[in-house]
Design a binder for this molecule. Structure first.
Ligand code: NAD
Length: 299
């Protein structure tokens, strides 16, 4: 099976490298990430010259780009996947995009004889590197079955969430709501502790193993304690996900009260120059309001 990989950013680069390690023949391309392309080529990938070139050399093309306009550009734009696609090409879009966009792109692909499945991921850069992502798939079960083994190279959990295109992205939105609200709750709670005079490192040690503990707390609170906001997952990408969640929630009539509140915090951070920080920088919102910086207590 010949695999194409498009989008070699924080996530795509290690995911592509894991496919190469597992022995897949991969042609890769990213027009804006030359160092990452050089890196995957040095690991055995064929250097693609364009998205169309990648498609012409592949049975299945994986896209891992920021949002739906980038997916559309990569597939339908000039020199895009659709231009180079062989009849019956499969596309697995692993980007996190709005479910309705995913459905619409899949329908446009079908008009061109291209099959599509959405398979967004959770786990961030460390799990992309380890090949232990959680992968949420939407689209025909037969296509899921065909690519389950390949997806398992990049993930520890690969779940078919529904036969409808976009079902994977709906699942991913649920994931992003829970992560955002959890990070904001951690920032609020640790800021409370520090202002009440309790060492936040002690709070972390005391509560991480109890009911309040979470994968989010374990990953993000140490970053807050260190004042290390290097991404990881950029605030601007989380704004994109929460806007997609709000649009979808409003479309189906779900109350999105907590999501709206955290979206406002993230938007404030973006407006104040923090859009490229890791989303653990939600802490900075609380630090700005209180004037108390967590990391200065004991460092
Ligand atoms: P990134 O910005 O680091 O990488 C995206 C890459 O896509 C860039 O290298 C860019 O050059 C490339 N790209 C953009 N338009 C393109 C086009 N038309 N053709 C080819 N390449 C193109 O983003 P990322 O952090 O790797 O995230 C990618 C996707 O995965 C996003 O949808 C994000 O929401 C999702 N995601 C990210 C994380 C994370 O922790 N970073 C975790 C889970 C899911």
């Amino acid at each position: 099976m010949k695999v194409g990989f498009i989008g070699l950013g924080i996530m795509g680069r290690p995911m592509c490298k894991n496919l190469l390690k597992a022995g897949y023949e991969v042609t890769a391309f990213d027009p804006f990430a030359k160092a990452a392309l050089d890196d995957v080529v040095s690991c055995g990938a064929v250097r693609g010259e364009s998205n169309a070139d990648v498609a012409s050399k592949s049975d299945v093309v994986i896209t891992m780009v920021p949002n739906s306009p980038h997916v559309r550009e990569a597939i339908f734009g000039a020199n895009g996947v659709a231009e180079g696609a062989k009849p019956g090409l499969d596309i697995i879009d692993m980007s996190s995009i709005a479910p309705l966009q995913s459905k619409d792109i899949a329908e446009k692909c079908a008009e061109k004889g291209i099959n599509m499945m959405d398979a967004p991921v959770s786990g961030g850069e460390p799990k992309a590197i380890d090949g232990t992502l959680s992968i949420m798939c939407g689209g025909p079960k037969a296509m899921f079955d065909k690519y389950c083994e390949l997806l398992n190279v990049m993930g520890a959990s690969v779940v078919h969430c529904g036969d409808v295109n976009g079902a994977g992205n709906t699942t991913k939105l649920a994931n992003q709501v829970i992560v955002a609200v959890n990070i904001a709750a951690c920032a609020e709670a640790y800021e409370l502790a520090i202002m009440a005079g309790v060492d936040p490192e002690k709070v972390f040690a005391a509560i991480r193993g109890g009911l309040a503990g979470s994968t989010v707390m374990d990953a993000k609170v140490p970053m807050m304690l260190d004042g290390n906001f290097k991404p990881g997952f950029r605030i601007d990408l989380h704004i994109k996900d929460l806007n997609n969640a709000l649009d979808t929630g409003h479309g189906v009539g779900t109350p999105m009260i907590l999501t709206s509140a955290v979206q406002e915090m993230l938007q404030w951070l973006h407006n104040n120059g923090c859009g490229s920080d890791d989303h653990s920088a939600i802490l900075k919102y609380y630090e700005k309001i209180t004037g108390v910086e967590m990391r200065k207590l004991d460092k």
